[in-house]
Design a protein around this ligand. Structure first.
Ligand SMILES: Cc1cc2nc3c(=O)[nH]c(=O)nc-3n(C[C@H](O)[C@H](O)[C@H](O)COP(=O)(O)OP(=O)(O)OC[C@H]3O[C@@H](n4cnc5c(N)ncnc54)[C@H](O)[C@@H]3O)c2cc1C
Ligand code: FES
Length: 340
């Protein structure tokens, strides 16, 4: 029997069959709830259950603490309706719905960008193109039904296909295959686009972009889309990596900041190699952001990359004036099947 889910935040309702997660039901109904990992790890889809029965599904403590659970919070990507519900969930002013598709693609180029990052260029079948927003991600579908999430590193272009920045994870099943087994002309399958990490054009304020490692990928797409659209808002990109050898797109970013007067680029090394020259920022990337922006109350902050970096941002940036509705993130969590 279909249930009705009412969001008291907006006053709007949508149906759910109880078999799909509340998030999937909302997306099918064209509602734009914020979400990222869809695996119960990142906490982006947290919402308050006001009334009704649900099954909460599996999730990690970093996404939803025991205290939040007792206070009535749920994860929309994991919870399923078991009755009519009333929830209180933030909705986005703009963004998806864009249809989620499953498509084959061919590997056209494998480029080693650094010692542990590969750029994978994928071509879609003839006459097919993927509609997406710069910053969104796809899931590569593995043969056994598992999936691995990767942000699209280029802006939408029907002619161009899609490119991914893939960091090798030690003992990683899929990323290991990308480095050791995958060949040009191989076929892959993917599903997407997913996620609500994209530039919010309705926000007329400077954008602080904070990337960690391959967290640069979605921000790379956002910046290129902004340049194409002559977006004049000020951008300040902070890119945190471990050492000089990890700055896999340094000269490109330097060139962009010289060409585009509204882009400032600050690379930040957490462990600079002393034998190599470096007179830039050092330490944790979120600390470099705060040195430059001790007051975050007038900016929109977009961040993507390793979960510890996102957690640090969540715990500190709000103390520096950032408001919840101006904070957007994609936490590069592990594949859902590796959740314990
Ligand atoms: C929304 C989203 C977007 C993402 N975008 C990108 C991207 O653009 N580029 C990119 O390189 N990655 C990205 N990731 C992370 C990427 O999905 C994982 O690194 C990938 O799933 C690892 O797959 P695997 O099969 O190689 O590793 P698995 O075989 O799943 O894992 C092997 C071991 O490594 C651990 N592990 C897995 N992933 C990570 C990780 N990320 N960091 C540390 N340890 C890990 C596991 O716990 C396990 O012990 C994204 C993740 C999300 C959720
Ligand atoms: S925990 Fe639901 S989207 Fe990440």
């Amino acid at each position: 029997m279909p249930f009705t889910i009412k969001n008291s935040h907006t006053g709007q309702s949508f149906p759910s069959d109880g078999a799909a997660s509340i998030l999937d039901a909302a997306l099918s109904a064209g509602r734009a709830f914020p979400y990222s990992c869809r695996g119960g790890s990142c906490g982006t889809c947290k919402a308050k259950l006001i009334s009704g029965e649900i099954t909460s599904g599996p999730f990690g403590e970093t996404a939803l603490s025991a205290a939040e659970k007792s206070a009535g919070y749920i994860l929309l990507c994991q919870a399923k309706a078991q009755s009519d519900l009333e929830i209180d969930a933030r909705e986005l002013a703009s963004g998806p719905p864009i249809p989620i598709r499953t498509l084959p693609c061919r590997v056209v180029q494998i480029t080693h960008l650094s010692h542990d990052v590969i750029e994978l260029s994928l071509k879609l079948p003839q006459n097919q193109s993927l509609e997406y927003l710069a910053g969104q991600y796809i899931d590569i579908l593995l043969r056994d039904g598992r999936r691995r999430s990767f942000s699209i590193a280029n802006p939408p272009d029907p002619e161009a296909g899609i490119s991914l920045h893939i960091r090798r994870v030690p003992d990683g099943r899929f990323t290991g295959h990308v480095f050791d087994g995958l060949r040009e002309r191989d076929l892959l399958r993917f599903q997407g686009p997913f996620g609500t990490f994209f530039l919010h054009d309705e926000l007329d304020r400077p954008a602080v972009l904070m990337a960690g490692g391959t967290g640069l990928a979605p921000i790379n797409a956002m910046l290129q889309a902004a340049f194409q659209q002559n977006d004049e808002r000020p951008f300040h990109l902070f890119w945190g990596v471990r050492s000089q050898q990890d700055l896999y797109q340094h000269s490109q970013l330097q060139a962009w900041s010289e060409k585009h007067h509204n882009l400032i680029y600050t690379p930040v090394l957490s462990e600079p190699q002393t034998e190599l020259p470096w007179d830039g920022e050092t330490g944790w990337v979120h600390e470099a952001v705060l040195r430059r922006f001790p007051d975050l109350s007038n900016v929109a902050l977009y961040t993507s990359g390793p979960p510890p970096m996102i957690e640090a941002a969540k715990s500190i940036f709000f103390q520096h004036g950032l408001s919840d509705e101006h904070f957007f993130y994609d936490s590069f969590e592990f594949g859902a099947d590796t959740l314990v």
